[in-house]
Write a protein that binds this ligand. Structure first.
Ligand code: GAR
Length: 193
């Protein structure tokens, strides 16, 4: 089975969903590493509790992105990581990791891309008044939430919805869809496009 690294910056509910899917047999993979650019983020506690090794780092302690990505890469290599799953990692991936993991880095984003890339996609959709938003899982390239789309699922926004209720629906979909996509990739030896 495939060894996956999850990259996250925040609360890590998607990280938890992936860990849980491995534990209950829905995802045949090993979570070999959590990479976190915010050492105080809650996701670090989740990883420690789950027994997943953590590489957390402060980007300011390095001389730029190439420098900290090389440090990440050393960790990924030493743990034989084959696929990287970004799960709320709020930072663009640079050349070092893109070249080391071509078509082996995926991301989940809380909108129907290419609509509403970047920060606070749910707030952006809510403010735009769209009646349909959703979740996108895609391969990562050098852009912000660009790259070939692997899967999408829609969420309807009703007049009675609030930002919070939309976020709840979007996250519930993320938590089932991301492990399922990882399982598909794992089963097909990563390449499904
Ligand atoms: C998720 O909703 C994910 O789609 C989003 O951050 C959230 C992280 O939540 N990612 C992006 O916006 C990427 N541009 P989590 O830490 O609870 O998994």
């Amino acid at each position: 089975s495939m060894t996956i690294a999850v990259f996250a910056s925040g609360s890590g509910s998607n990280f938890q969903a992936i860990v849980d899917a491995v534990a209950n047999g829905e995802l045949d993979a090993k979570i070999g590493l959590l990479v976190c650019d915010k050492p105080e983020a809650y996701v670090v506690e989740r990883a420690e509790k789950a027994g997943v090794p953590v590489f957390s780092f402060n980007p300011k302690a390095y001389n730029g992105k190439a420098d900290f990505e090389q440090a990440i890469l050393n960790e990924l290599k030493s743990r034989n990581v084959e696929l990287i799953a970004l799960a709320g990692y709020m930072r663009l991936i640079g050349e070092v990791l893109l070249q080391a993991y071509p078509r082996r880095i995926i991301n989940i984003h809380p909108s129907l891309l290419p609509a509403f890339p970047g920060l606070d996609a749910i707030g952006q959709a809510f403010d735009a008044g769209v009646k349909l938003t959703g979740v996108t899982i895609h391969y990562v390239d050098e852009g912000m939430d660009t790259g070939p789309i692997i899967d999408q699922e829609a969420v309807r926004i009703h007049p009675s919805d609030t930002r919070e209720s939309v976020q709840k629906k979007v996250q519930a979909i993320e938590h089932t869809r991301y492990p399922a996509t990882l399982q598909q990739l794992s089963a097909k030896g990563v390449e499904i496009l």
